[in-house]
Design a protein. Sequence first.
Length: 420
Amino acid sequence: MTAAGSVSTDPRCRADGLGWVSRALFDDDRIALRVGGGPPAGYAVAARYAVVPSVDRARFLLPLGAPRVTAAALLAYNALRPVTVRPIRAALGVAARAGVVELAPFPVLTVAVAVGLDPAEVLLADRLAVLLGGGVRYAACGVRPPDPNHKPTLQLFDAAGRPRGYAKIGWNPATRILVAQEAAALRALTAVAGVAGHPRVPRLLAETTLGRRAVTVVEPLPATVRRVPAGAAADPTAVLAVARRHRPPGEPRPLAGSSFLARLTAEARRAAATVAGGARAVRAVAALARRHGDGTVEFGHWHGDWVPWNLGRHGGNLIAWDWEHSGPDVPVGFDLVHDAFHRALVGRGEPVASAVDRMTAGLARHGTRLGLDRRRQRLVVDAYLMELWLRTWRLAEAGAGWNRRLHPALLDVVEHRLGD
């Protein structure tokens, strides 16, 4: 552990979560970072953060100098956190409000820039404060283990501790793509704001680039939003609203000749040129076309990551966030099967084959409400599994690495299903 007052160190050289987050937030050689100790000669302090609870076990970077803001960074949206996390954040938040965090012996991260340099040129929080009209005064960030698919998120607050926005940071090729895709999705969704039946969507407040980073800022969620329980029933009505975007139901069209199948085919061929498993993907897409080519299905939009932990309720209305995988022209029902699959895979830790059984059963329960008979349900499941493997490949190709829970298990399941 490196305590406040010890020899100064730059956390960007670390291989752990603190190092990863520090590099993502402060990716500029003109920024001086010190854990313990003041800024080097010729530099002026721009911000100070408590590293909680320690350098080696860092979980939060909390802004110092404003107890109300420090408390807000811990208490805001605590109801959306996992049950095991809420008591810890609540206790720390109460302590922060009383000024205890300022007095506690937490290591202090000092952020400094060269004297005469405008902090907005190099510091994300300062750049975003300018973009949002100057009301932002402080930023906080959670710390998690390094992951090439994860994106640090800055909580932005004004001096009174009111949330002003949430900034998602794309710091490598994979995450920059996702951040840009979410911004595009949120811009498109402004057309459905307030439409009856469609989930409420956070507004896009700003987007920018700084150095090698792409940043999307969305409005804060309502203060009293509550997460959708993990065991809550699926909501086919909301899935249809997302798919149709206040348009009438679309006429079912054949899979053969669809732009969806053309995209899968093209992506599988690109995968074959880059990874060994890509040749299997080409064969699997061809088998999908043979088995379901003459089958018809309605096509529409999807959220792309429709799961309970990306959904909440406020005032009786559903709210959906994290639209970075959203897209058009997929078989209607993809969000419903994605939900069932990931509840099993992520929520309950089940293997891919078991998760596929869960989503098949879930679609059988709700399929008729989506206009899906048994044949169309089979088409939706098979097409989704192929879509999910190609997403896994896209992320790996962009530098995020393979999700070993999904590859090659997804291809194994697809080949078995399409070979039946």
